[in-house]
Write a protein that binds this ligand. Structure first.
Ligand code: SF4
Length: 77
């Protein structure tokens, strides 16, 4: 198992959206992404590549396609 995500304390999605989800669903997402598989997290990808200040508030951890579109726009302009 990997360590805790290094962006957890800066992650708005974790703060704003996990608290609004049904508790079990939030726990599953948090355990899966934030405490084990952050390399599969769309938010981690953006934070790692562009910085936490570039994280859209509404980007969900499982929206890798959206993260790749953001990266394409930022990297190739
Ligand atoms: S949602 Fe992604 S970026 Fe945010 S704390 Fe969890 S693993 Fe890290």
């Amino acid at each position: 198992m990997m360590d805790k995500c290094p962006y957890k304390e800066y992650c708005d999605y974790y703060r704003a959206n996990f608290s609004n989800m049904p508790e079990k669903y939030a726990q599953i997402l948090e355990i899966y992404y934030c405490y084990g598989n952050q390399c599969e997290c769309a938010r981690y990808l953006i934070a790692h590549a562009l910085g936490v200040e570039e994280l859209p508030a509404d980007l969900a951890p499982y929206c890798m396609d959206s993260a790749k579109k953001i990266l394409d726009k930022k990297v190739f302009i």
